[in-house]
Design a protein around this ligand. Structure first.
Ligand code: KG4
Ligand code: ZN
Length: 367
């Protein structure tokens, strides 16, 4: 519908420079420039390199998204940007760019939460989110179970990892197996040819007295690394496919069991899975199986919308506009540890009608 908010979203919290454009819950453009290859030889994301890459990619990626969407920046109803959580320097590049465009175009600015964006993105694929939605967010930086009665204003943490994030565990095990970075996709691929029952790796925090919704992957990581080392020390060949499959099974078994349990306990009949690890084929399959059994509807966006992108930020921004949430101020700061309970960073006042800007002719600031 033409009267739905047209919003551009900018994402720079890690190593992806993402710019998305949505109209309401319709995706018009999703441009992503990744610096992942530059980090690969370091085995992880190097913050300074990521910031520099964002700076170089920002304007071309915005231009590309506008062109794909076939719109002019003047048509936008708002500019949304990831205000946090994430790498401080990387976030700063996106926030600065968003402020510059918002100022130059005299459009409202919405600093939004990266985690809430990972949930909201599913609206682009499966329509409006049911309220409440239970969300399992699993990425390289986060593993959380979140209850979202209203994605623009009310997101409640149910549980989270007490050590490594799920994606981080994939990346570390891939490193031990010399499979390169990032580890998730390659382990996913190799696991398809392995036996998930070959090795009984531990399921973290799964005892009856353990917290029901928290996760722990560091013990699993150590167990897998020790198992591989023992094989190597004995001069035996490491069955990489079986290790990959058994490790992956341990991760997704715990993730899906706890997520389904949270839904049941809270009486929520929808589970959403987001974040880079949601691209995992076994996680998707097992979640589907367990949700069906429990009478829960599963919503998982396609893999390209699970990993970091700008469309998810635009999706949440559009929802903020649609629900008349207050815009952010033009002095919005990046907050590397923005709490998950803050879906966005509302301004103190009337930020988007920055009348003083009219003194300078904005027509000259943006062609
Ligand atoms: O959401 P994302 O793109 O960035 C962060 O916010 O962290 O997630 C990246 C993480 C990496 O740890 C990567 O190994 C993992 O997602 N990942 C996967 C798969 N694809 C990406 N993990 C398991 N299976 C996959 N297919
Ligand atoms: Zn992410």
């Amino acid at each position: 519908m033409a009267d739905e908010p047209l919003v551009l979203g900018i994402e720079t919290s890690c190593d992806e420079t993402g710019v998305g454009i949505v109209r309401g819950t319709t995706l018009l453009a999703d441009a992503v420039a990744s610096s992942v290859d530059t980090h690969a030889r370091f085995g992880g994301v190097v913050p300074e390199i990521a910031s520099r890459a964002h700076l170089e990619a920002m304007v071309p990626t915005i231009e590309r998204a506008l062109k794909t969407a076939g719109i002019s920046a003047r048509d936008l109803d708002g500019i949304a940007v990831t205000a946090g959580p994430g790498l401080a320097g990387a976030l700063l590049v996106g926030v600065s760019a968003a402020k510059a465009y918002a100022y130059a175009l005299n459009k409202p600015l919405y600093g939004v939460n990266h985690l809430a964006s990972h949930i909201c993105v599913d609206q682009l694929e499966h329509g409006p989110l049911p309220e409440p939605t239970m969300a399992l967010l699993v990425s390289g930086g986060h593993s959380s179970l979140l209850l979202a009665p209203d994605i623009t204003a009310d997101v409640r943490p149910m549980g989270a990892t007490i050590d490594d994030a799920a994606g981080e565990a994939f990346d570390k095990i891939a490193r031990v197996l010399d499979l390169g970075f990032p580890g998730g996709p390659v382990i996913d691929r190799l696991a398809k040819e392995g036996d998930p029952k070959a090795i009984a790796f531990p399921r973290g925090l799964s005892g009856s007295r353990d917290p029901a919704y928290d996760f722990s992957f560091s013990g699993l990581k150590t167990a897998v690394a020790r198992w591989i080392e023992a094989k190597r020390n004995a001069g035996e060949e490491v069955p990489v496919r079986d290790v990959a499959a058994s490790f992956q099974e341990a991760v997704v078994d715990v993730l899906t069991r706890k997520a389904v349990r949270a839904c049941k306990d809270e009486g929520v009949d929808h589970l959403m899975i987001g974040g880079g690890v949601a691209a995992n084929s076994r996680l998707r399959a097992l979640a589907q199986e367990r949700c069906e059994k429990a009478g829960i509807r599963l919503r998982v966006p396609r893999p390209g919308l699970c990993t970091d992108n700008g469309a998810m930020v635009a999706a949440l921004g559009a929802e903020m506009v649609a629900r008349n949430r207050p815009a952010s101020d033009l002095d919005l700061s990046a907050d590397s540890s923005l709490p998950v309970t803050d879906p966005h960073v509302p301004g103190a006042g009337h930020s988007h009608d920055h009348d003083h800007v009219h003194e300078v002719s904005k027509e000259n600031l943006y062609p």
